[in-house]
Design a binder for this molecule. Structure first.
Ligand code: FES
Length: 242
């Protein structure tokens, strides 16, 4: 009885299906929004460049939205993320829907067959995402300059929050943690072991809280883009704070 009571006390206070449904709704909405944004072909209201359009790649003579050259990198990075995999395997495919619940498939193929074998590209998408992140930092610095003069507007702060959240999400990536030091068995035996140990220690808290960083940065990317679009449409102004 005591065990049952203890187990019961750990049960969530909300219906079990709420989390998977919320995941499906939010991820589907974000995917559809990303496609819509990429189809627009524009994402700039001085000095703000939408994160979906950064870096602003143009290939002469090919009439497609500049966003398509870029957006597959963060999209692929998130789609292959270990946390999001757990979320969409459970929510979209019920495969399985939770721990302690059987597989819905007869035969478990893991990530050895198409399309999920593509998830093994995550490490390489991380390298590309780091490059995109560097451009987003450059855009954030630009978001503090108005006609060449430094200033802080609401949009500047929104861009700063967004890039900080994206950085927290990226450095908390399991592949990033592995790259900086998680792949070592013996730090004192490795070249640069002390530095790598410090780096590994630094990224650990981000890694342990990877899910909140993942969700917060998803919302902040959308918020930054919505802000740029409202400015482009003249719906809002960009208040100067100081
Ligand atoms: S594990 Fe989530 S971004 Fe790499």
């Amino acid at each position: 009885m005591a065990d049952q009571a203890a187990a019961h006390s750990y049960a969530p206070e909300y219906p079990w299906w709420l989390q998977p449904v919320a995941t499906v709704v939010i991820l589907s909405a974000f995917a559809l929004y990303s496609i819509w944004v990429a189809l627009q072909g524009r994402g700039y209201a001085a000095p703000y460049l939408s994160p979906f359009y950064s870096p602003p790649v143009r290939v002469g003579g090919i009439p497609i939205s500049p966003a398509w050259w870029v957006v597959w990198v963060p999209a692929g990075f998130r789609a292959t993320c270990y946390y999001y995999r757990k979320a969409y395997y459970r929510s979209f495919f019920r495969d399985p829907v939770s721990c302690m619940i059987g597989e819905s498939r007869r035969r478990y193929a893991g990530e050895t067959a198409f399309p999920f074998i593509l998830n093994n590209l995550h490490r390489f998408l991380l390298y590309l995402a780091i490059i995109v992140l560097a451009f987003l930092w450059r855009d954030t610095v630009a978001a503090f300059f108005f006609d060449g003069r430094f200033g802080v507007h609401l949009g500047s702060l929104l861009f700063l929050v967004n890039v900080v959240l994206l950085t927290g999400y990226t450095v908390g990536c399991h592949a990033f943690r592995h790259m900086v030091g998680g792949n070592l068995d013996c730090y004192s035996c490795a070249r640069g072991g002390r530095v790598r140990y410090r780096l590994w220690q630094w990224v650990n808290p981000f890694n342990h809280r990877h899910a909140p960083w993942a969700w917060a940065s998803l919302f902040s990317v959308a918020a930054a883009d919505v802000y740029v679009r409202l400015l482009m449409a003249g719906v809002i102004s960009d208040p100067k704070l100081f």
